[in-house]
Design a protein around this ligand. Sequence first.
Ligand SMILES: *Cc1c(COP(=O)(O)O)cnc(C)c1O
Length: 232
Amino acid sequence: MENNLRQVQENYARIQDKIAEAALQSGRKPEEIVFMAVTKTVAPELVNAAIDCGITLLGENRVQEYQSKKDAYRQGVPVDFIGTLQSNKVKYLIGNIRMIQSVNKLSLAQEIERCAGKQNLIQDILIEVNIGDEDSKSGMTPEALPELLKEISQLPHVHVCGLMTIPPPTEDTRFLQAMQELFLKTKELQIPDTDMHILSMGMSDDYAQAIRYGSNLVRIGSALFGARNYQK
Ligand SMILES: *Cc1c(COP(=O)(O)O)cnc(C)c1O
């Protein structure tokens, strides 16, 4: 564990440097980019080590894993939900999670509306976009996005803050670029009661590139914590 803690510290410092460099290259300040630590399969001790380094946002993929680990995390650090979310599990997140980044259909937004309304709070969300139009991935198609946004913007307890994507793994940057264009276009629509200011894009393999294409929130797991072990 000692070794692992040191590794996390080293990884954190290296990633921060790369984030800063990419931010400056794209004409922004390093502090405008949010570095989320993705915690799936990671022991709470290591997550807390990342928090001690300066991580200010955690990302969770599975409701059950989140529930079993959240009390062991250093308190006061917000958690976003980034995984595939079934409607029947929404109720466990509302009131606990800062933002649900993986809203991929209207019915899910409607369930968030119902649960948030019950607790009398407004839930921040991102819309997940399937920018590569892959059958294997969830998310809205770019074409369907404006209509969906208009419908979701009508829900009084749901607040759209931007877009999230997991682009197909390719060497070239066309999906990052397509996503940047879509984000800017959607922003220009100025749909009332939406506030498009977050582009959540970039993981361990492509975060520096993603920042160059306008991302301001990168979700990093294995580059920070090491390869995941799903056996445990
Ligand atoms: C696992 C995961 C990440 C982090 O992936 P790494 O390649 O390990 O950085 C980011 N976003 C989502 C939605 C994930 O499920």
